[in-house]
Design a protein around this ligand. Structure first.
Ligand code: 5AD
Ligand code: SF4
Length: 489
C-alpha cells in the first residue's frame, strides 16, 4: 500500500487485443495502485499514460502508433507526463518504437510487466527512456529464454483486488506462451515458449479471488487445452484435472477456459466438461480454415477431417455444448474454392459464433517469409462479409428454438445501453437493463436490478438475434418451464 503522505498520481491505461492483455492490464493497475496511482479515464489529466498493445494484426499496431502521434503535444506541454508502450507490440518492435515515437518513456514486453512501476521511476530519475523485453526465442539456451518469461503473476497480490470486466468475473492465467508456431502468427515470438503454471498457484489464486467475491473464473492460455504441468515426482496435471481441482471451491458459480487447440481436445477434457456442472457448456476451438491445403500452409497440424471428427466427439459427449470458432480469410494462396470449403465447414459445424479475420502479414512469421500475400484486400473484405453473413444466419436459426425456454443467466451488470441507473426508474431502486450470459456463453439482456449482478437467475427468452437473447426474469411458478441449455444449479 502507498504511504498516505505520498501525493496521488493518476494513471490512464488503454488496452487492445485479447483477454491475456486485459489480465495484464489489471495486473499493471494493481501494481501501480500500490505505488499511489489512481485510475483516470481522462488522458489529459494523467501523470502516466500506458498503452497495452497487440501485434496479431497490423490494424491493432496502426491504432497505437496513431494514438502515440496524437499525444505528442501533451508531452511537449507537460514533459513530466510519462508515456509507456506495454505488451506484444513492445516485444515485437522494441527500439523501433522509440525511433518512431521519441516521446515514449517506457517499452515493456509482456514477459516483463512486473517491472512497470520500477521502470517508470527509473525513467523519471534518469530522464531517459527505459526498455525491458524478453529474449528472442532463438537468442539463447531454452532455459535462459524461459527465465525472461516468468510463469508467475506477481501482481495478483491479496489486496487490492484486481478485477475483470465486472467485480464478479476474473481471469486466471494457467499457461504462458505458445509452441504451435502457426505460420501466420506472431504470438509464439512475442509471448514466448509454452509453460504451464503450477496447479497449486492456480488453485491458490482462484481461492483468493473467490474469497473476494468473484463468481466466474476464466482460465487463460493460448492453447489452454494443451495445459500440462509435470510435477517433480513425475505426476502430471492436465486441464481436466485442474477443472476438477477448481470446481468445488467455495463461491464458484462458473468456470470457463479459452482458447482451445483442435488436436488437443481430448476425451478426458470433454468428459470433465460433461460431468462438472459449473464448467460452462462452451468451447472456443478455432478452425482457421476449412481447406486442407490452407491448413497445411498455416501449419495448423490437423486436417479438416480431424476437425470434423473433433466436432463429432464434442456433440456426442457434451450434446448441450456451444462451440465457437475463429477463421482467417484471404490467407496466402486461398482460392475461391478453398474459401468455399471454409463456408462449408461453418455451414455444417453450427458454431454459436465465429470470429472472422482478414489475413494480415506479420514480419518475422514463416508465412510472411515464405508466401506471397496474394489475395487482394477487396477479396479479403468480401470473403469476410460472406462468411460472417452465413455465420450470423446460422446463429439466429440456432437461437430461435430458445424462444419460450428458460435459460440460467449469470448476471454481469447493467448493459452498455443502460446507464448506471435507468432514467425511468422513479423508485430509485436500481431497475435497469441488465446483461449476463448463459452457461453456453450466450449474451442475455433483460430488465432487472443492479443487485442481481453476480447471481444466477432463470430468464425466459422472448426474442433472439444472432448474438443476443432478450428475456424476462422468471417471477412466478407458472412461468417456469423446463430449463434449456444447462440445468439450474
Ligand atoms: N492475420 C489475421 N488473423 C490472425 N490471427 C492470428 N494471426 C493472424 C494474422 N496474422 C487470428 C486467428 C487467431 C485469432 C486470435 O487471431 O484467427 O485465432
Ligand atoms: Fe498463434 Fe497458432 Fe499459437 Fe494460436 S496456436 S497463439 S494461432 S501460433
Amino acid at each position: 500500500m502507498s504511504d498516505p503522505a505520498t501525493p496521488r498520481k493518476s494513471l490512464y491505461i488503454e488496452t487492445v487485443g485479447c483477454q491475456m492483455n486485459v489480465l495484464d492490464s489489471e495486473l499493471i493497475v494493481a501494481q501501480l495502485r500500490r505505488d499511489g496511482y489512481e485510475l483516470t479515464d481522462d488522458l489529459h489529466q494523467a501523470d502516466a499514460i500506458l498503452y497495452n498493445t497487440c501485434s496479431v494484426r497490423q490494424h491493432a499496431e496502426d491504432k497505437i502508433y496513431s494514438a502515440l502521434g496524437r499525444i505528442k503535444h501533451l508531452k511537449q506541454r507537460r514533459p513530466d507526463v510519462q508515456i509507456g508502450v506495454i505488451g506484444c507490440m513492445a516485444q515485437k518492435d522494441q527500439k523501433q518504437i522509440l525511433h518512431r515515437a521519441p516521446h515514449v518513456d517506457l517499452v515493456v514486453g509482456p514477459g516483463q510487466i512486473g517491472r512497470v512501476s520500477e521502470l517508470l521511476q527509473t525513467a523519471q530519475l534518469e530522464q531517459k527512456p527505459q526498455m525491458a523485453v524478453s529474449l528472442a526465442r532463438n537468442a539463447g539456451k531454452t532455459l535462459d529464454v524461459l527465465d525472461t518469461f516468468p510463469t508467475y503473476d506477481p501482481d495478483r497480490a491479496p489486496e487490492p483486488t484486481p478485477q475483470g470486466a465486472t467485480p464478479h468475473q476474473a481471469f486466471v492465467r494457467i499457461q504462458m506462451g505458445c509452441d504451435k508456431f502457426c505460420t501466420y502468427c506472431i504470438v509464439p515470438s512475442v509471448r514466448g515458449p509454452e509453460q504451464g503454471r503450477p496447479p497449486e498457484l492456480i488453485v491458490e489464486e482462484a481461492r483468493r479471488l473467490l474469497a473476494q467475491g468473484v463468481k466466474e473464473i476464466t482460465l487463460l492460455g493460448q492453447t489452454v487445452n494443451s495445459y500440462t504441468y509435470r510435477h517433480g515426482d513425475g505426476r502430471t496435471t492436465r486441464l481436466s484435472d485442474l477443472l476438477a481441482l477448481l470446481h468445488d471451491l467455495d463461491g464458484l458459480l462458473r468456470l470457463k477456459f479459452v482458447t482451445n487447440f483442435p488436436l488437443d481436445m481430448t476425451d478426458d477434457l470433454l468428459q470433465a466438461v460433461r460431468d462438472l456442472r459449473r464448467v460452462s457448456r462452451y468451447l472456443h476451438v478455432p478452425a482457421q480454415s476449412g481447406c486442407d491445403e490452407v491448413l497445411r500452409r498455416m501449419k495448423r497440424l490437423y486436417t479438416v477431417a480431424q476437425y470434423d471428427e473433433m466436432m463429432g466427439r464434442i456433440r456426442e459427449t457434451v450434446p448441450d455444448c456451444a462451440v465457437s470458432s475463429d477463421f482467417i480469410v484471404g490467407f496466402c494462396g486461398e482460392t475461391e474454392a478453398s474459401f468455399q470449403k471454409s463456408m462449408e465447414l461453418v455451414e455444417r459445424s453450427r458454431f454459436k459464433n465465429s470470429f472472422i479475420f482478414k489475413y494480415s502479414p506479420r514480419a518475422g512469421t514463416k508465412a510472411d517469409d515464405r508466401f506471397a500475400d496474394d489475395v487482394p484486400e477487396e477479396v479479403k473484405k468480401r470473403r469476410n462479409l460472406e462468411l460472417l453473413a452465413l455465420q450470423n444466419a446460422i446463429s439466429v436459426e440456432d437461437n430461435r428454438p430458445l424462444i419460450g425456454q428458460t435459460v440460467e443467466v449469470l448476471v454481469e451488470g447493467p448493459s452498455k445501453a443502460a446507464g448506471k441507473r435507468s432514467e425511468d426508474d422513479p423508485s430509485g431502486i436500481g431497475v435497469t437493463q441488465m446483461t449476463g450470459r448463459t452457461s453456453c456463453d450466450r449474451i442475455v439482456v433483460f430488465t432487472g436490478n443492479l443487485r442481481q449482478a453476480g447471481h444466477l437467475l432463470p430468464v425466459v427468452v422472448d426474442q433472439v438475434s444472432a448474438v443476443t437473447l432478450i428475456g424476462r426474469v422468471v417471477t412466478s411458478e407458472s412461468e417456469s418451464v423446463p430449463v434449456a441449455e444447462a440445468a439450474l444449479s
